[in-house]
Design a protein around this ligand. Structure first.
Ligand code: GLU
Ligand code: MG
Length: 640
C-alpha cells in the first residue's frame, strides 16, 4: 500500500483541519514536480510485479487454519537482509495492511528484453521460498486473495477478542480485531480510524450470500431489511485482501498517459479473468472478486456525499469511493470517451491550469484532490513545495484506483510510471507469471501497433460491476472495442480477419465474451493473444523465451475459453464438494483448513490440478518442476 512517512500521526480532528493545507500544498508540489520532469525522455521500459501474500498457521490436531500475525517479525528479518545488501537482494519486502500480510517484489525491475520473462516465475518462487525459510513448521506463506474465514471467531493466531465498544479501538469492528492490523507502522491503524471518523460511522461492506438449499436467512449479522446480506464492518475486510499488481515505466510522460488509458478498458477484463475471492467471513457469496469489498472498506464519504441524505454545509456529492475504477482518461485520444461526470475542485483545477497543466491532467489531479487527507504525520505538516512531494503523495497514495499515474520521484533515476492494479492472486507462481507476462506483452503490442482499446468510461464502469459476478469470466459479456487496429498496423499471416464494417452512427464497441476478447472471433475480432502472437512473429525471440511465453499464453487462452477454471470457480467447487459442507453457504473451520492446505500443496507443486493449470503442454525445464508436476508431465507430455 506504500509507506510515506514516519513519525506521529495527528488525530482526525487535526488532520481534518489541515486537509485544505495538504491539498493546497499538494497541488503546488505537483505543479513544481510536473515542470521539473515533464520533458524527461528516453527512459526505457522497465516493469515489475508486486505480490501480496498471507501468512497462515495450520493446527493439525484441531484441523484449523488461522492467519498468523507474525508479518512484522518476518519483515524485520527480510528488511535487515535488504539493508545489509541493498544491491544484491533478489527481492524486496514491504508491510501491507494486515498483520498477517507481506508484499514482495523483485529486487530490481525487469527491462525491455523478452528474455526477462524466463525469470519472472523463478523470482516469484524464490520469494515464496525466502519467506518460507523464516516460518515455523506449521506456518505457510500463501498467495490467496482473501482468507475465507477472515472475521470469523478466532480467525487469527494468536487469538484476540474484538472490542467494538472501546473508543480507543481503530476499527471498533464486531469481527476484525485491531491486532490483525499491521502494528509496525502507525499508517494502517490511523487510516482505519480516520476513514471511520470521516464517514461518521463504521464502514459497511455488503455482499449477497450465495443462496444454497439450506442457507440460513437472515444471514448472521445482516442489516435490518437486508436478510441475505453478508455484512462486513471494517477496513480490514477489504485492505486485508491481497492482489497482484504491475508497474510500468514509460519512456516519457506521453507514453505513460497512453498506457494509462489503453490499459483502463482491460482492468475489468483482467479482474474477471483473475477472479479469486468468492468467500467472506465464512460465507460463500455471489461475488467472485475483492474489488467492491475493498472499495466499501475504505469508503470515507459521508452519507450526504454518498447521496443517501441531504448535503451538509461544504459537502458535495461524490460518486465513488477512494478505492474504485478511474474516472477519466488522460491522453488526447481518450478525451472523447470521458463521459462520466467528473467531480473536481474548481479552485484547485484553476490553479493547476494557471500553473500550465493541460486540461486532462489538471482535471485528473483536481479529481483525486476532492479527497481529504486521512493520514497526516506531525513531522510532515510544513514542507518546502519546491523539494518535497509528501502532500501530493498523501492524497495520490490514498486514491486506490484501477490504474495509477505516477510522476517520477524527485532526484531519482525513475521515470513516469503507471500501475495496473485490478488483478487477483492465483495459487501458483506459474499462473501469476502467466498473467504478468500477458499484461506486459499487451503493453508492448499496444505501443508497437498503436492499438486502441478505448471505450467510454461509463462502459468500463459497467464492466467493473459485471466482472465481479459469480462465474463472470465464463458467463458475462463485456463492452469491448470492435476495431482496435484503426490504421491496420498489425501485419502478419495470422492477420486475416476483417473488422466488422462500421457505419458512422454505429457504436465503436459491442459486448463480447472473455473468450472472444482474448482468443478472437472468426473474421471480426483478432483477439488479444493472436495479436501478441503477431507481435512476437515480428520479433527475434530465442527458443527458451519462446517456449516460456507460449506456455503462459496457452494457459491464458485455455482459461479464456472456459477449458480451465478461474481460481474463484475452483475455490467454490472445493467448498461445495467438501464432505463437511451442509448446503448452507458456510465455510466451516474444516473446509477452510482443507482448502488452504490444498492451496499450499498446489502452490508448492505437490498437487497438480489440471482444471486450473491445464498442464500437459507445460515446457518448463526439469529442475524447475516440483515432483508432482514432473510426474504429471511424464504421463501427459511436455512441450507440444
Ligand atoms: N491489497 C490491495 C488490493 O488488493 C492493494 C493495496 C495496495 O495498493 O498495495 O487491491
Ligand atoms: Mg500492496
Amino acid at each position: 500500500m506504500g509507506l510515506l512517512s514516519e513519525g506521529s500521526p495527528l488525530s482526525w480532528e487535526e488532520t481534518k483541519k489541515l486537509s485544505p493545507h495538504v491539498r493546497k500544498h499538494g497541488i503546488e508540489q505537483f505543479i513544481n514536480l510536473y515542470h521539473r520532469l515533464k520533458d524527461r525522455k528516453g527512459d526505457v521500459l522497465k516493469w515489475g510485479d508486486e505480490i501480496e501474500y498471507i501468512l497462515v498457521k495450520f493446527d493439525e490436531q484441531k484441523k484449523k487454519a488461522q492467519v498468523s500475525l507474525r508479518a512484522q517479525e518476518i519483515l524485520n528479518i527480510l528488511n535487515q537482509k535488504e539493508q545489509n545488501d541493498p544491491e544484491g537482494v533478489k527481492s524486496l519486502w514491504r508491510p501491507e495492511y494486515g498483520a498477517y500480510m507481506i508484499e514482495g517484489t523483485p529486487g530490481k525491475p525487469y527491462g525491455g528484453s523478452l528474455a526477462h520473462f524466463n525469470v519472472v516465475e523463478a523470482n516469484m518462487r524464490y520469494r515464496r521460498q525466502e519467506v518460507s525459510a523464516l516460518l515455523h513448521p506449521d506456518e505457510s506463506v500463501i498467495s490467496f486473495t482473501n482468507f475465507p474465514r477472515l472475521g470469523c471467531d478466532k480467525f487469527t493466531y494468536p487469538e484476540y477478542d474484538t472490542t467494538p465498544d472501546d473508543e480507543s479501538s481503530a476499527a471498533r469492528s464486531l469481527y476484525f480485531p485491531d491486532e490483525a492490523i499491521y502494528p509496525g507502522h502507525p499508517r494502517f491503524k490511523t487510516l482505519t480510524r480516520n476513514i471511520r471518523m470521516r464517514r461518521g460511522e463504521k464502514v459497511a461492506i455488503k455482499l449477497q450470500v450465495f443462496k444454497d438449499k439450506n442457507t440460513k436467512i437472515p444471514v448472521d449479522g445482516s442489516p435490518l431489511g437486508e436478510p441475505s446480506t453478508v455484512l462486513l464492518d471494517a477496513m480490514g475486510f477489504g485492505m486485508g485482501c491481497c492482489c497482484l499488481q504491475l508497474t510500468f515505466q514509460a519512456c516519457c510522460i506521453e507514453e505513460a498517459r497512453t498506457l494509462y488509458d489503453q490499459l483502463t478498458p482491460l482492468c475489468p477484463i483482467m479482474l474477471a479473468f483473475t477472479a479469486a475471492s468468492p468467500a467472506y467471513r465464512g460465507y460463500l457469496t455471489e461475488s467472485d472478486c475483492r474489488w467492491n469489498v475493498i472499495s466499501a472498506s475504505v469508503d470515507c464519504r459521508t452519507s450526504g456525499e454518498r447521496g443517501e441524505t441531504a448535503l451538509k454545509g461544504g459537502e458535495r456529492r461524490i460518486y465513488k469511493s477512494r478505492y474504485d475504477s478511474i474516472d477519466s482518461y488522460l491522453s488526447s485520444e481518450g478525451e472523447k470517451y470521458n463521459d462520466v461526470s467528473l467531480i473536481y475542485d474548481e479552485t484547485l483545477y484553476n490553479r493547476l491550469r494557471e500553473g500550465n497543466i493541460d486540461h486532462l491532467l489538471a482535471q485528473h489531479i483536481a479529481h483525486l484532490f476532492i479527497r481529504d487527507s486521512v493520514s497526516l504525520f506531525s513531522e510532515k505538516v510544513n514542507q518546502n513545495d519546491e523539494e518535497d512531494t509528501d502532500h501530493f503523495e498523501n492524497i495520490q497514495s490514498t486514491n486506490w484506483q484501477t490504474m495509477r499515474f505516477k510522476p517520477p520521484p524527485i532526484n531519482s533515476s525513475i521515470g513516469w510510471r503507471v500501475e495496473f492494479r485490478p488483478c487477483e492472486l492465483q495459487l501458483t507462481d506459474f499462473e501469476n507469471a502467466a498473467i504478468v507476462c500477458f499484461v506486459v506483452l499487451l503493453t508492448r503490442v499496444i505501443l508497437s501497433y498503436k492499438l486502441n482499446f478505448l471505450i467510454p468510461i461509463s462502459k468500463v464502469d459497467e464492466n467493473m460491476q459485471k466482472a465481479q459476478k459469480r462465474d463472470a469470466c465464463r458467463a458475462e459479456k463485456f463492452w469491448f472495442r470492435k476495431n482496435v487496429d484503426n490504421s491496420s498496423n498489425v501485419k502478419s499471416e495470422q492477420n486475416t480477419f476483417e473488422y466488422a464494417k462500421q457505419s458512422e452512427t454505429e457504436e465503436e464497441y459491442e459486448e463480447m465474451t472473455i473468450d472472444e476478447i482474448i482468443n478472437g472471433k472468426p473474421k471480426t475480432f483478432p483477439g488479444l493473444v493472436p495479436l501478441i502472437h503477431s507481435y512476437l512473429q515480428s520479433m527475434d525471440v530465442d527458443a527458451d523465451t519462446h517456449c516460456t511465453i507460449q506456455q503462459y499464453l496457452r494457459l491464458i487462452q485455455k482459461r479464456a475459453s472456459g477449458e480451465l477454471l478461474t481460481t474463484a470457480t475452483w475455490i467454490r467447487k472445493e467448498i461445495l464438494n467438501h464432505s463437511d459442507y451442509k448446503g448452507d453457504s458456510v465455510v466451516t473451520e474444516l473446509i477452510n483448513y482443507d482448502l488452504l492446505k490444498k492451496a499450499k500443496d498446489i502452490q508448492e507443486g505437490r498437487i497438480v490440478v489440471p482444471e486450473l493449470l491445464g498442464f500437459g503442454n507445460n515446457s518448463k525445464t526439469k529442475d524447475d518442476i516440483p515432483s508432482a508436476i514432473e510426474k504429471y508431465l511424464s504421463v501427459n507430455g511436455c512441450c507440444n
